[in-house]
Design a protein around this ligand. Structure first.
Ligand SMILES: Nc1ncnc2c1ncn2[C@@H]1O[C@H](COP(=O)(O)OP(=O)(O)OP(=O)(O)O)[C@@H](O)[C@H]1O
Ligand SMILES: [Mg+2]
Length: 232
């Protein structure tokens, strides 16, 4: 038995313009706890728009987004922000770390809305950095780190608040292939440890390693394939 952590019901997002762009067109979708899902599709197919809707960074023009069973369309912006900070972790292609802060302080920003003491935030951040293999880099700033290490810090920041779901938009887009493999392996391990992950990728090889693949074309889901693991 698994719970639905995310549900989209007939979600559309139209960007205003002449003519308007229907970037997401009537998408219905469920993600269950523990799933590892890729969103794939050509440039302009609506992947980032969809991830922003899933992550409640943007609101649909039509339809509803449910996070942990909560209908976000019925919440005010401040309530949505609270739900987002407690339940969703983000990883971006550009890492979005604060350059002047150590790794542990960067990760601790993921706990800012949780009202924990500074000491407990530092402890949880240190634990999260150990989980991503950076226990030895806690006091380094991003400038002292490789691209792969920076992305690990960003992943630790996404995980530290124990979110229901981790959303990643092209997490390996700025990394060389060896470093990408390490990040892919890390995401696989985190999923095996129980994290629910949705990742956007252009990388076909990466997508093939992900158990569920949702294909977008012109803002619509055109395929939703799950590879079931063979157990001997
Ligand atoms: N702020 C915006 N205003 C108007 N149109 C937009 C806006 N953002 C995206 N679009 C349009 O919506 C469509 C989907 O864009 P989106 O960024 O979601 O694509 P994507 O699949 O993430 O592409 P890429 O792989 O290049 O990142 C595109 O046609 C794009 O031009
Ligand atoms: Mg995009």
């Amino acid at each position: 038995m698994s719970d639905t952590v995310l549900e989209l019901k007939n979600v559309s997002r139209e960007y205003p313009g002449v003519p308007p762009v229907r970037a997401i067109d009537n998408v219905t979708l469920k993600v269950m706890s523990g799933e590892y899902t890729a969103i794939v599709g050509a440039s302009g197919s609506g992947k980032s728009t969809l991830l922003n809707l899933i992550g409640t960074l943007d609101r649909p023009t039509e339809g509803s987004v449910f996070i942990d069973g909560v209908n976000t369309s019925q919440l005010r912006d401040r309530q949505v922000a609270g739900l987002r900070s407690a339940r969703i972790g983000f990883v971006f292609q550009q890492f979005h770390l604060l350059e002047g802060m150590t790794a542990v302080d960067n990760v601790a920003t993921g706990l800012i809305y949780q009202g924990a003491s500074r000491r407990s935030r530092q402890e949880r951040s240190t634990t999260a950095l150990h989980r991503v293999g950076l226990g030895h880099r806690c006091d380094h700033t991003p400038a002292m780190m490789s691209g792969g290490e920076r992305q690990r810090v960003a992943i630790a920041r996404a995980l530290v608040g124990d979110p229901a779901i981790v959303l990643a938009d092209e997490p390996t887009g700025n990394l060389d292939s060896k470093t990408s493999d390490d990040i892919v392996a890390l995401l696989e391990r985190l999923n095996a440890e129980g994290s629910t992950i949705v990742v956007i990728t252009h990388d076909r090889e990466l997508a093939q390693r992900i158990p569920r693949r949702i294909s977008l074309s012109d803002g619509q889901i055109v395929d939703d394939a799950t590879t079931t693991k063979e157990h001997s």
